[in-house]
Design a protein around this ligand. Sequence first.
Ligand code: FAD
Ligand code: DHB
Length: 389
Amino acid sequence: MRVQVVIIGGGPSGLLLGQLLHRHGIEAVVLERKTRDYVLGRIRAGVLEQGFVRLMEEAGVADRLHREGIVHDGTLIAHDGGMFRVDFTEHTGVPVVVYGQTEVTRDLYDAREAAGAETIFEVEGVELCDLEGERPYVTFTAQGEARRIDCDFVAGCDGFHGVSRKTIPEDVRTEYEKVYPYGWLGVLSETPPVDDELIYANSARGFALCSMRNPGLSRYYIQCSLSDHPGDWSDDDFWTELKRRIPEEAADKLVTGPSIEKSIAPLRSFVTEPMRWGRLFLCGDAAHVVPPTGAKGLNTAASDVHYLYHALRQFYEEGDAEGIDLYSERALARVWKVERFSWWFSALMHRTADQSAFDLRMQRAELEFLADSKSAQAAMAINYVGLPY
Ligand code: FAD
Ligand code: DHB
């Protein structure tokens, strides 16, 4: 079998890239290690930048997103018993949209199936070969059968634990990493959100986030220990702890109920350079990871997809390799700025055992500065709604 592009990974970045290429007549096959239901069962991101929404429109899959997505013009930040608001549209002219990663992925799978584009699920033993030559190929096993697909390019959209990044020789790759000494315990519950907007809370007991998916579905997170397991936390324990970490006015109106999903995510900042090696391009979590504070993971995967999809169009439609040659540089320039924002926002909102009294005063001073200064709020808003690409 031969196609123009083999996409490794059927998560949001692989599916979005596949759909955009398909709309422009560039043929791609997606190889996914898991089943479709498994991918859709992962509860992850929930806030989309305008750039992401635009790409979904370009891919022809934004109808449900426009119908069901909830537009947010600002966010609330709580600390020391009080709360202030950062207005996104006042400072940037654009809002963000609350629409779950699960729904994005479902829309993309549905569109892929409707277009008759091929996805091969439950692939094993994926190997990427001859990436430095003109004729790369990918080998794998599917339903017990050994297979080979020849192609022009490989897009490594297979997440942090995928095979693509590791295929790049170690002496070519430079990896930058910071692992945070805490995780996030997340709960999904069929209860109305506590507020119309998200609440990011810095409290003496640690960080908390009140988010949502739709008017009847809430998503809440609390900072937890890395040694915790979801089973250690009963629903009651979770709600009690959440209420202690958010302002009283929010805690009083919080509607609790049984959790329908409960999971723990570790927090990490990670970047690998370069994001291209020969005919392999890394995209999304395969190349970089951010701590979730500020909801940048999924959105940054989308900005990579933007650069890569335009580079491939330029190559196939104009015979020009400029975009391909500049892909890594362009994508990384934006990635590092997003890494900075996510690292800054994480440091501002979390508590750690090694913070000194001085560190805590610095955190409070920075929060008070953000509450008082329109310029600081503008800087936050510009990053939160998404840097341009
Ligand atoms: P992924 O979503 O990881 O998709 C990669 C796909 O590749 C997967 O389907 C995987 O099964 C497949 N794959 C892996 N290896 C292979 C292989 N060898 N062969 C074939 N297929 C393979 N971001 C936010 O903005 N907000 C959040 O709240 C948030 N929460 C998160 C919670 C968790 C637990 C995690 C892990 C991430 C979270 N993120 C969050 C980040 C966000 O979900 C990711 O940035 C986003 O999923 C990246 O999309 P991706 O397609 O690049 O990678
Ligand atoms: C969500 C996750 C985030 O990391 C964030 O900053 C905002 C919202 C969410 O899952 O809803």
